[in-house]
Write a protein that binds this ligand. Structure first.
Ligand code: HEM
Length: 446
């Protein structure tokens, strides 16, 4: 009996096993390891690459089914089991011998019905104009060459992870080379993962299993793997972007906004919340003018009771990316901080560079989900209404509109004050990938 992926998956049912065994983990549920390594791989164009890559995938990729078994074992005995994902860019598929014609047919964007909109086939560099990305020449050196494949390894034990990275590198030398690598690390405060600006992250995520709260269809992020040759094999598009965060500039912007509005004492914390839409502990700004504690880091709110943006400004990050109740098709965000700065450590000096987010999101359609969000909502000064201003956290590109900040929380009649904030997040490199199904890797040996 096959599983209907239009509905949330009942993972306790035996019927769900085959489809979960065919799919990579981390798509429907985060792997939840503290340490992550990313290896950027260039594949050799030579006979034997396909078979060696297939063998490597067989040893490194963790299926969604196995991820679930690991998680059950972890609840029993703690656990430091290794987790692995392997992704391919369009350049990687070409190196593995697939022609443009085959790839165009396979990854034809049925929703957009337009090849031009197939961002996966274009690659991140070539969609940069639409996203106001800096040109590739300004990306970090390890992103100057095209990445064919990316390996994600994750483990809660950093020594075990490094040993696995060394072993992976020696295997990769048999069919390619490592262009560069990244390390991600999750930081926690009060049980919540924290991103470098110091805000609780990972609160609002689509959920896909029947026993999750308010689950949605897994087809929000999955599509049939067009090159696997099996109907029960699914994959997902991955957007990967290394986003450097200038934490010092964020703190300076908070001070400038608080000074402009004349906020005093504990009220000054509202300045950062007005940029993010939540306080650092995750309390939604729409619900309270002060943080209410980590137990309030939830999604039980929308913006209908704030038609003037007097509680939560329209340009605040979470209001831009999800102007509840109307929403774009959600992505599954799987990003992880990089750099040694611990945002949960109040004594640490806020850095200007070398820290940020290894942004990763899974989706069914890159253009419709990630692309439209960044282009039409985050970067646009006129969304959701004219002269709103850009998203101060994730916005890119030059926009003249200076954002307006409410003088008094919840009181539109008190008016607003303008205060410009500088760009705090910069793209340092990235690529669009596909997370192929496990049966796809098997076909490479044939
Ligand atoms: C370094 C840059 C970024 C930082 C520091 C950041 C930080 C955050 C934080 C703290 C939250 C609230 C916690 C949560 O609901 O999980 C959040 C939510 C979110 N972010 Fe970002 N983000 C960044 C970039 C982006 C980008 C580039 C996108 C999409 C293109 C994005 C999309 C979202 C979405 C969809 C949500 C959930 C909003 C909701 O449903 O309420 N973020 N982000």
């Amino acid at each position: 009996m096959s599983v209907d992926l239009a509905k949330p998956i009942d993972r306790k049912s035996k019927a769900s096993r085959p489809v979960l065994e065919c799919m990579q983990g981390n798509i429907l549920k985060a792997h939840h390891r503290r340490h992550t390594a990313l290896l950027l791989i260039s594949l050799d164009s030579k006979p034997g690459t396909r078979a060696a890559f297939r063998e490597f995938a067989g040893k490194t990729v963790t299926s969604a089914w196995e991820q679930r078994q690991q998680s059950l074992r972890r609840h029993e005995n703690g656990g430091t089991e290794l987790f692995g994902n392997l992704f391919l860019s369009v350049w990687g598929y070409l190196k593995l011998g697939y022609s443009w014609e085959v790839l165009r047919t396979a990854f034809f964007d049925r929703e957009a019905d337009d090849q031009f909109l197939n961002w996966f086939l274009q690659g991140m560099e070539h969609t940069g104009w639409a996203l106001a990305d800096p040109p590739r020449a300004e990306w970090e050196p390890q992103y100057q060459q095209r990445t064919d494949s990316m390996l994600l390894l994750a483990c809660s034990d950093p020594k075990k992870l490094e040993a696995a990275v060394d072993a992976a590198k020696s295997q990769i030398s048999g069919f390619g080379s490592v262009l560069g690598e990244e390390r991600g690390r999750s930081y926690y405060r009060d049980g919540h993962a924290v991103e470098p600006f110091g805000f609780a992250d990972g609160i609002s995520q689509p959920r896909f299993f029947a026993d999750d709260p308010e689950p949605v269809s897994p087809l929000t992020v999955l599509l049939p793997d067009p090159l696997a040759g099996r109907p029960d094999a699914y994959g997902s598009f991955l957007v990967y972007r290394k986003l450097e965060q200038n934490v010092k500039a964020f703190h300076e912007a908070e001070k400038a906004i608080a000074d402009t509005l004349g906020l005093q004492g504990a009220d000054r914390e509202r300045a950062g919340a007005m940029m993010m839409g939540r306080f650092r502990d995750g309390t939604p700004l729409i619900r309270s003018c002060t943080p209410l504690g980590p137990s309030q880091a939830n999604n039980r709110f929308d913006f209908r009771r704030d038609p003037d943006g007097a509680r939560c400004p329209f340009h605040a990050h979470i209001r831009k990316v999800n102007p509840r109740p109307s929403q774009r098709k959600p992505m599954a965000r799987r990003g992880v901080p990089y750099g040694s700065y611990d945002p949960a450590d109040a004594q640490a000096t806020p850095p200007e560079r070398d820290c940020g987010l290894l942004f990763m999101s899974f989706q069914r359609d890159i253009h419709v989900q990630f692309g439209a969000l960044q282009m039409h909502w985050i970067n646009s000064a006129d969304f959701p209404r004219p002269r709103t201003g850009q998203d101060p956290v994730a916005g890119q590109g030059n926009v003249a509109t200076i954002p307006k900040w409410p003088l008094k929380w919840g009181d539109a009649s008190a008016g607003t004050m303008e205060c410009a904030v500088s760009r705090m997040v910069r793209l340092k490199g990235g690529e669009y990938f596909f997370a192929p199904s496990l049966p796809f890797f098997q076909t490479l040996g044939v």
